[in-house]
Design a protein around this ligand. Structure first.
Ligand SMILES: Nc1ncnc2c1ncn2[C@@H]1O[C@H](COP(=O)(O)OP(=O)(O)OP(=O)(O)O)[C@@H](O)[C@H]1O
Length: 229
């Protein structure tokens, strides 16, 4: 369902010139496959996720999702494509502070096909164990609860691919386990492909397939620094 070939991303440098962060000859994922992506800090993991999500444009190369060539789409086209096909769980949740937990989940539906299904939104909140917190605002929820709302929101639009960028980095160890199980199990149940960036070997060991960015990225060495985490 995801096929990347000869993908290059360069960033302009503050002092002039360009830095090649990614140069990925090939990376593929099958439908509903679950992959952990590990690698050194600054190696380009988040950049790769942003490219796949269409939040960044590639310098050159190809990203195909479900046979749609993402690199040929305009920024607006990529936004629409992301809304209909891709869920994204951020390290920092990115919930809308003025909206309740339930409204945040419903927002995940309006970004997608545009149809809000309140019953599904409630079912998703129930699945993440927060049915009784539906009317709470993010700041009235614990950090682990906020991340669970963010997961429900990411699943709300029935994506084919869920991208998760260190989703357990900011939650305590006890919540981290439940957040991780929730993502892995939900993707399995809903047949959603999952690509999760993690610094934790504990987390990565939950996955059958573990990819090291250093091994798929020919630009490695140009930008990575020793992992501080
Ligand atoms: N908008 C940008 N402009 C210039 N350089 C950037 C930009 N975004 C990222 N970079 C550079 O690209 C490199 C990769 O960053 P990225 O955030 O993808 O790494 P990462 O592997 O996710 O790191 P970490 O594990 O520390 O989160 C870094 O050297 C960073 O400085």
């Amino acid at each position: 369902m995801l096929m990347i070939s000869d993908l290059v991303k360069k960033f302009p440098q503050p002092g002039g010139g360009e830095l090649t962060v990614l140069d990925v000859p090939r990376f593929e994922m099958a439908a509903a496959e679950q992959v952990a992506l590990i690698g050194q800090s600054g190696g380009g993991k988040t950049t790769l996720l942003h490219l796949i999500a269409g939040m960044l444009s590639a310098t050159s190369g190809s990203i195909r999702i479900d046979n749609m060539e993402l690199t040929r789409l305009s920024e607006q086209g990529r936004d629409r494509f992301r809304a209909s096909k891709i869920g994204y769980v951020f390290q920092t949740f990115n919930l809308m502070p003025a909206f309740s937990a339930l409204e945040n989940v419903k927002l995940g539906m309006t970004f997608g096909a545009g149809k809000v299904d309140p019953k599904r939104a409630m079912r998703l909140l129930d699945r993440v164990g927060l049915a009784d917190r539906a009317s709470y605002r993010p700041k009235q929820l614990s950090v682990g609860q906020q991340q669970r709302v963010a997961i429900a929101r990411a699943l709300a639009g029935r994506p084919q691919l869920l991208l998760a960028d260190e989703p357990t980095a900011n939650v305590d160890p006890a919540s981290a386990d439940s957040v991780l199980n929730l993502i892995i199990d939900s993707c399995r149940t809903e047949q959603i492909a999952l690509l999760m960036v993690t610094h934790s070997m504990d987390v990565a060991s939950r996955f059958k397939r573990i990819e090291k960015l250093e091994e798929i990225n020919r630009a490695f060495g140009a930008n990575a620094s020793p992992d501080a985490s």
